[in-house]
Design a protein around this ligand. Sequence first.
Ligand SMILES: [Mg+2]
Length: 125
Amino acid sequence: MKVKHIMVIDDSNTIRMSVQHTLKELGYPITPAENGFDGLNKIQDICSKGEDVAMCIVDVNMPEMDGISFVKEFRKTDQFTPVIILTTESGSAKIEEGKNAGASGWLVKPFEPSALKTTVQRLIR
Ligand SMILES: [Mg+2]
Protein backbone atom coordinates (compact mmCIF):
# COMPACT_ATOMS: atom_id res chain seq x y z
CA MET A 1 0.00 0.00 0.00
CA LYS A 2 1.19 3.50 -0.85
CA VAL A 3 2.46 5.75 1.95
CA LYS A 4 0.11 8.72 2.18
CA HIS A 5 1.16 11.98 3.78
CA ILE A 6 -0.83 14.71 5.44
CA MET A 7 0.70 18.06 4.43
CA VAL A 8 0.64 20.81 7.06
CA ILE A 9 1.43 24.09 5.33
CA ASP A 10 1.68 27.08 7.64
CA ASP A 11 4.32 29.77 8.24
CA SER A 12 3.83 29.42 12.01
CA ASN A 13 6.00 26.74 13.57
CA THR A 14 3.66 26.66 16.58
CA ILE A 15 0.65 25.86 14.37
CA ARG A 16 2.57 23.21 12.42
CA MET A 17 3.57 21.52 15.68
CA SER A 18 0.10 21.66 17.23
CA VAL A 19 -1.57 20.28 14.08
CA GLN A 20 1.06 17.55 13.97
CA HIS A 21 0.42 16.75 17.63
CA THR A 22 -3.37 16.72 17.13
CA LEU A 23 -3.26 14.36 14.16
CA LYS A 24 -0.42 12.00 15.06
CA GLU A 25 -2.73 9.31 16.44
CA LEU A 26 -4.37 8.99 12.99
CA GLY A 27 -1.19 7.22 11.89
CA TYR A 28 -0.35 9.18 8.75
CA PRO A 29 3.12 10.57 8.16
CA ILE A 30 2.81 14.33 8.54
CA THR A 31 4.95 16.55 6.34
CA PRO A 32 5.29 20.20 7.34
CA ALA A 33 5.91 23.06 4.92
CA GLU A 34 6.41 26.77 5.57
CA ASN A 35 4.46 28.30 2.68
CA GLY A 36 2.58 27.31 -0.45
CA PHE A 37 5.68 27.17 -2.59
CA ASP A 38 7.52 24.98 -0.08
CA GLY A 39 4.41 22.78 0.08
CA LEU A 40 4.28 22.26 -3.69
CA ASN A 41 7.99 21.35 -3.73
CA LYS A 42 7.58 18.86 -0.90
CA ILE A 43 4.53 17.30 -2.59
CA GLN A 44 6.62 16.88 -5.73
CA ASP A 45 9.33 15.13 -3.67
CA ILE A 46 6.73 12.83 -2.10
CA CYS A 47 5.27 11.89 -5.49
CA SER A 48 8.69 11.34 -7.05
CA LYS A 49 9.39 8.75 -4.31
CA GLY A 50 6.22 6.91 -5.39
CA GLU A 51 4.34 8.06 -2.29
CA ASP A 52 1.14 10.07 -2.15
CA VAL A 53 -0.68 12.91 -0.39
CA ALA A 54 -3.83 12.03 1.57
CA MET A 55 -4.72 15.61 2.49
CA CYS A 56 -3.38 19.15 2.71
CA ILE A 57 -4.07 21.45 5.67
CA VAL A 58 -3.18 24.96 4.58
CA ASP A 59 -2.95 28.41 6.14
CA VAL A 60 -4.09 31.45 4.08
CA ASN A 61 -1.64 34.19 5.06
CA MET A 62 1.92 33.07 4.32
CA PRO A 63 4.96 34.63 2.65
CA GLU A 64 6.15 33.48 -0.81
CA MET A 65 2.89 31.77 -1.72
CA ASP A 66 -0.37 32.20 0.20
CA GLY A 67 -2.88 29.42 0.80
CA ILE A 68 -5.40 30.43 -1.87
CA SER A 69 -2.66 30.51 -4.54
CA PHE A 70 -1.44 27.15 -3.27
CA VAL A 71 -4.89 25.59 -3.70
CA LYS A 72 -5.17 26.97 -7.24
CA GLU A 73 -1.77 25.52 -8.19
CA PHE A 74 -2.40 22.21 -6.46
CA ARG A 75 -5.78 21.80 -8.18
CA LYS A 76 -4.16 22.10 -11.63
CA THR A 77 -2.83 18.56 -11.19
CA ASP A 78 -4.98 17.11 -8.38
CA GLN A 79 -8.75 17.61 -8.33
CA PHE A 80 -9.57 15.05 -5.63
CA THR A 81 -7.18 15.18 -2.67
CA PRO A 82 -8.95 17.14 0.06
CA VAL A 83 -7.58 20.52 1.09
CA ILE A 84 -8.62 22.03 4.43
CA ILE A 85 -7.93 25.70 4.97
CA LEU A 86 -6.93 26.49 8.56
CA THR A 87 -6.78 30.24 9.09
CA THR A 88 -7.58 33.25 11.22
CA GLU A 89 -9.62 34.51 8.23
CA SER A 90 -13.35 34.06 8.76
CA GLY A 91 -14.83 36.54 6.27
CA SER A 92 -17.38 35.02 3.90
CA ALA A 93 -15.71 36.58 0.83
CA LYS A 94 -12.41 34.89 1.71
CA ILE A 95 -14.15 31.57 2.37
CA GLU A 96 -15.94 31.84 -0.98
CA GLU A 97 -12.62 32.57 -2.67
CA GLY A 98 -11.16 29.45 -1.07
CA LYS A 99 -14.09 27.32 -2.16
CA ASN A 100 -13.83 28.63 -5.72
CA ALA A 101 -10.10 27.81 -5.71
CA GLY A 102 -10.98 24.22 -4.79
CA ALA A 103 -10.74 24.02 -1.00
CA SER A 104 -12.72 21.18 0.57
CA GLY A 105 -13.16 22.61 4.06
CA TRP A 106 -12.49 25.69 6.19
CA LEU A 107 -11.52 25.86 9.87
CA VAL A 108 -10.84 29.03 11.83
CA LYS A 109 -7.89 29.42 14.25
CA PRO A 110 -7.56 28.97 17.12
CA PHE A 111 -8.83 25.50 16.33
CA GLU A 112 -10.41 22.95 18.61
CA PRO A 113 -8.29 19.78 18.31
CA SER A 114 -11.39 17.57 18.24
CA ALA A 115 -12.94 19.66 15.44
CA LEU A 116 -9.78 19.36 13.35
CA LYS A 117 -9.58 15.63 13.95
CA THR A 118 -13.24 15.13 13.02
CA THR A 119 -12.90 17.19 9.84
CA VAL A 120 -9.78 15.32 8.79
CA GLN A 121 -11.37 11.93 9.40
CA ARG A 122 -14.48 12.93 7.47
CA LEU A 123 -12.58 14.14 4.40
CA ILE A 124 -9.40 12.07 4.20
CA ARG A 125 -8.94 9.59 1.37
MG1 LIG B 1 0.12 32.53 8.48
